[in-house]
Write a protein that binds this ligand. Structure first.
Ligand code: GLN
Length: 275
């Protein structure tokens, strides 16, 4: 009796296994999209000290960029493997094509477009100055004569240089945004120049730091983030299509509201895409 029960259980289990393998064969799911087994995994590099866009949370890269890239990849039928490579290594990895994508709040500009392809714009930004309370900074001209900290090779550096000159000795360049903020806290620099949302997030996360912010839209100009690809990448078109779909179907707005607590201006992104 015992044996026959065991036997029929085994038969049942074998039957289930067959059914499972038949179902899990990597065919199309009910929505007609590719199942995860078939999805190509794209390698992504980032610099994860750039909250709220990308930062380490319990050992995982999190942030607006991560949510947006995952949604876009899902829409386009890919999986992404996001690694905190660091800023310079991200660009090197794209150049050597070891990485398929760079996602790090990277501003689209003409210089970078010579070496990389960019998606359609996905976020509007502008430079902002962050400094300890009591530092005399009312506008960008006040950068003159101050010790300035920037993240090396970023638009924060270029904005500071637009006031105090390229290669100015008053600018200290740090490898990450985190190191730049540390230098501000320790007094090694008097003012940091970085992207607006990152400066505001720093103040929000460090309410006792005494750090204040000032913007200057006379001196600093709006800039747009794009997903970065190696030149000639086959993935750019898929991700452009996916981003546009997320703009239309409300998913972009959902992710934007989660991180920024307000509605995005999708029309201005679409307008920027035409330029
Ligand atoms: N948006 C800036 C740039 O592209 C900064 C990006 C970053 O520090 N992750 O230069």
């Amino acid at each position: 009796m015992k044996i026959s029960i065991k036997k029929s259980f085994l038969t049942l289990a074998a039957g289930c296994a067959l059914v499972l393998s038949a179902c899990g064969g990597g065919q199309e799911d009910s929505a007609g999209k590719q199942t995860s087994e078939e999805k190509k995994v794209l390698q992504v590099g980032t610099e994860a000290t750039f909250a709220p866009f990308e930062f380490m949370d319990k050992g995982k890269v999190s942030g607006f960029d991560v949510d947006l890239l995952n949604a876009a990849a899902d829409e386009a039928g890919y999986q992404v493997n996001i690694e905190n490579t660091g800023w310079d290594a991200m660009f090197a990895g794209l150049q050597s094509k070891q990485l398929d994508i760079g996602m790090a709040g990277v501003t689209i500009n003409d210089e970078r477009k010579k070496s990389y392809d960019f998606s359609v714009p996905y976020f509007e930004s502008i430079s902002m100055m962050a400094f300890k309370e009591g530092t005399d900074i009312k506008n960008a001209q006040d950068l003159k004569g101050k010790k300035i900290g920037v993240q090396n090779g970023t638009t924060g550096q270029f904005s500071a240089e637009s006031v105090v000159g390229k290669n100015s000795p008053s600018i200290s360049k740090y490898e990450t945004a985190a190191l730049m903020f540390q230098a501000l806290q320790s007094g090694d620099v008097q003012v940091a120049v970085t992207d607006i949302a990152v400066a505001l997030e720093y103040v929000k996360n460090n309410p006792d730091s005494g750090v204040k912010t000032v913007s200057d839209d006379q001196q600093f100009k709006p800039e747009y983030y794009g997903i970065v690809f190696p030149k000639g990448s086959q993935y750019k078109a898929d991700f452009d299509k996916a981003l546009n779909e997320l703009y239309s179907n409300g998913k972009y707005a959902e992710i934007y509201k989660k991180w920024f607590g307000k509605e995005p201006d999708v029309d201005s992104l679409k307008e920027a895409a035409k330029q």
